[in-house]
Structure formats: C-alpha cells, structure tokens
Design a binder for this molecule. Sequence first.
Ligand code: PRP
Length: 273
Amino acid sequence: MPALSIALPKGRVLESAVELLERAGVGPLDGLLHSRRLIWDLPAGAGGTPGYVFRFVLAKPWDVPTYVEYGAAVLGLAGKDVLVEREKPVAELMDLGVGRCRMVLAVPAGSPVRSLEDIHFPWRVATKYPHVATRFCQRWGVQAEIINLQGSIEVAPLVGLADAIVDITETGTTLRENGLRVIAEVLPVSTRLIANPVLHKVHREAVEQLSAQLRQVVQVVDPNAGHAAGGITTWSRGEADAGHSVGGTGGAAGTGDSSPGAAGHLAGVGRER
Ligand code: PRP
C-alpha cells in the first residue's frame, strides 16, 4: 500500500502538531510523543485517503525542509523562521496556525537605541538566523555585523559579544529575564505544511485529502494582528515571504497567505528549536 510520508519537528511544536493532526482525523498519534522511535507507520484506516497509509518521520526542526527537499518525506511541518532562513526549494501548502511566535530585534533595556534610526555602525547583531537578519538590516538600511550563534542568543549583548539580537520570542520570558527590549519585529512565525514539489504531485490525491482535513481544523489568525503596536517597526509579510518560488506548487493555497508577496513563495512555520 502506498505511504504518505510526513516529517514532523521534534521539540516544542510537536505536541500541538500531533494534536492538530488528530483533530483532522489522523491517528492516534500520542505514542509518538512518549517514545524515542523516529519512524511511525500508521495502519490502514488511521485517517486520510483510503488505500494510503501514513508514515511519520521525526526530525530536528531545522532539518525538516531538507527531508522534504530530497523527497525523504513528501510533506513536512516546518517553522516560518526556518523556511525563510534556509530558503529550501519546497512548496508551502498551508499555515497550520500552531507554533505561533515572533522573530524580533532586541537590545538591552538600558540601550540608548529606541528605533532602527538610532542604530549606527559599528553595530553587532547576534542571531541563529544570519540570512534573515542580514536581509532585515539591508531592508532598513541598518549597517551591522551579523554574528551567527547556535543558541542562548540573549546572552550575547549581556557579555559584550553583540549590541543586539535577532531571535524568536514566544512568551517574552527569556527577553524579560535577561533585560532585553524589543525595538522591531522581523517576522511573524507559525508552523507551515510544506511539500516536495514533485512528490506532492505524484501523491496529489492523498495530499489534497489531508490538506482538506487539516483546513477543517486550522484556526486562521492574522499573523500581524497585535504585533505592530507601540511604534515597533514590522517587516511586512510580503517582504518576508519574498523567498524562492517553487514552480507554482502550493504557494498561496491554504490559510493566511493572501498577500501579493505570498504567491508561489517558500513555505514557512512553527518555531524551530
Ligand atoms: C528560544 C528562543 C529564545 C526563547 C524564547 O530558545 O531562541 O531564546 O526560546 O522563548 P520565550 O519568549 O517563550 O521565553 P530555545 O528554547 O529554542 O533555546 P536556545 O536558546 O538554545 O535556542
């Protein structure tokens, strides 16, 4: 029986992804949350298109687009942050509405910098997202040296490694507890359903069936709602989405991608950890 393979991100987003899939009628999947097994084959009748079975592959969030790019999985769930940073040739099918957070530019609370206009070279920005940070700085005419770190980004300005950070914030706790203040929003982030542009067509019926099931349960939220208040500069969604086109596959299908810049752009989603 043919299998529809889906790469899932391990970590914080996994639980909400599993919950979403189960609400869409796929599963049960709860065993996947409490195991070290990395491949899960569901039996026939576990949701989706009759005559198909589901195979779930658990991967590091940063690696999900790579699995999909190479066809090791037909579909994947990946964060918009990772998709924009990695620019892999995958198609975005849908905003799944989970893993919502923001990528922001933040400075120490005591910094004289209140807005992008206050920034003068030499300025150093620490980030896990060097590509996104570079594009953001170019877009706003900020001259900065980008320092690529792998984690604990918030510590960099506290020890003199950088003047600012570009990083993800969800609850705001990490910024607050490390005395950092947001001066600009770089990118609204959420988890997206992505597809291999070729295999997605090979398995069209099964992909469309699953997409339809997901669409029934996805909560549509304006990604920019409530984020741009207080004089915070926001990188528009169109600019953020101006990544690589993937031959028109997927593109703006699904929820929340009706902006002109979204058509045919790179997939985007949840928070990658
Ligand atoms: C992420 C992110 C922030 C933190 C923000 O880090 O890089 O550090 O979460 O979350 P909050 O706003 O809810 O506090 P992660 O947990 O992935 O660890 P890392 O620092 O090792 O990347």
